[in-house]
Design a binder for this molecule. Structure first.
Ligand code: FES
Ligand code: FE2
Length: 346
């Protein structure tokens, strides 16, 4: 299941240079390249002539992508600009292009009807560029469905068992109060753990020596953006009414399906304490990366089980409340896209 009428993160801005970058998004092979004026171009990675991948070719004069196979050239709008040895160009000799926006140091691609591409619909990730925040991110290629990653980020009880050496401890599962609320597009899941020991990463980053009040506010925006506001303050300093002092972080996730069972997982961690201190940014990043690689091992193992599964349906527990609501939201959106595609076809 893919939702098409959305912006997806396709690449880090820095990944797209003049040399073409091939990347599959929602099952479609796309080639990204950089034009001379800095614009990023996204085209179907398929030459209309004999279907060679255009990503095997090269960019000429910063303006045209030349197919390696027979040398035809395509401009940034996908029009064929030259056929070696032939002056007239068949009208159908065009490469499909996709709307692209560069924002928050990511390249965003619109996978739906190009007429509906509205950059104001891109979810906000200001922490990635703000001078008041330190931030560092990465991209994981995950051999699992994007939906397993959404599930994971909406149920953080797994921190207690999977991430006990970094961001988790028993309190996160045993001692938490949670609440799920709908937002305009998705939902927010709020979790509080009051008066509990700080997990190892919080001790390293925040220097806590006594119990803390810890929060995780998870904003889920379809199809697969999860922006977590997390942090902790010393117990007895006013939480949950006030969130002053302590440490505040944003865990930022943009999950892009590659295929039904593989995913480009873009994520970053931002922190508001010592934002310009690179050693702090690296510490926070490496702690979260350690934890996220533990998650990736689980997603890929789950996918292997699911691929061969003949068992009964999954069994839910109370901690799954946010996941279940998110799945319902996604199912509704998917049914909506399906019925508009049917109407358009009639
Ligand atoms: S296949 Fe691309 S020019 Fe022939
Ligand atoms: Fe995790």
């Amino acid at each position: 299941m893919f939702l098409r009428n959305y912006w997806y993160v396709a690449a880090f801005d820095r990944e797209v240079a003049e040399a073409p970058l091939a990347r599959k998004i929602l099952g479609e092979a796309i080639v990204f390249w950089r034009a001379r004026d800095g614009a990023v171009v996204a085209m179907q990675d398929r030459c209309p002539h004999r279907r060679a991948p255009l990503s095997m070719g090269k960019v000429l004069d910063g303006e045209r992508l030349q197919c390696l196979y027979h040398g035809m050239e395509f401009d940034r709008a996908g029009a064929c600009a030259r056929i070696p040895g032939q002056a007239d160009i068949p009208p159908a000799m065009r490469a499909k292009t996709y709307p692209v926006v560069v924002r928050y140091r990511w390249v965003w691609v619109w996978m739906g009807d190009p007429a509906a591409a509205d950059p104001s619909q891109i979810p906000e990730f200001p922490w990635l560029e703000s001078p008041d925040w330190g931030a560092k991110g990465d991209l994981f290629h995950v051999k699992a469905s994007w939906t397993l990653i959404v599930d994971n980020l909406l149920d953080l009880t797994h921190l207690a068992t999977v991430h006990a050496t970094t961001i988790g401890n028993a309190a996160i599962a045993e001692k938490a109060e949670t609440r799920v609320e709908r937002t305009e597009k998705g939902l927010v899941m709020r979790r509080w753990v009051i008066d509990a020991p700080a997990p190892p990463t919080y001790v390293k980053a925040g220097g806590f020596t006594a119990n803390i009040d810890r929060w995780q506010f998870i904003d889920f925006t379809p199809p697969a953006f999860l922006r977590l506001h997390v942090g902790g303050v010393p117990t007895g300093t006013g939480a949950p009414d006030r969130l002053e002092g302590g440490i505040h972080m944003r865990n930022l996730n943009a999950i892009t399906p590659e295929t039904e069972t593989t995913t480009h997982y873009f994520w970053a961690q931002a922190h508001d304490f010592q934002p310009r201190n690179e050693a702090v940014t690296d510490l926070v990043f490496s702690q979260v990366k350690t934890a996220f690689l533990e998650d990736v091992a689980i997603f890929e193992a789950q996918q292997r089980v699911i691929d061969n599964d003949r068992g009964p349906p999954e069994v839910d527990v109370r901690a799954d409340a946010a996941q279940i609501q998110a799945r319902r939201i996604l199912e509704r959106l998917e049914a909506g896209e399906r019925s508009s595609r049917r109407e358009a076809a009639q």
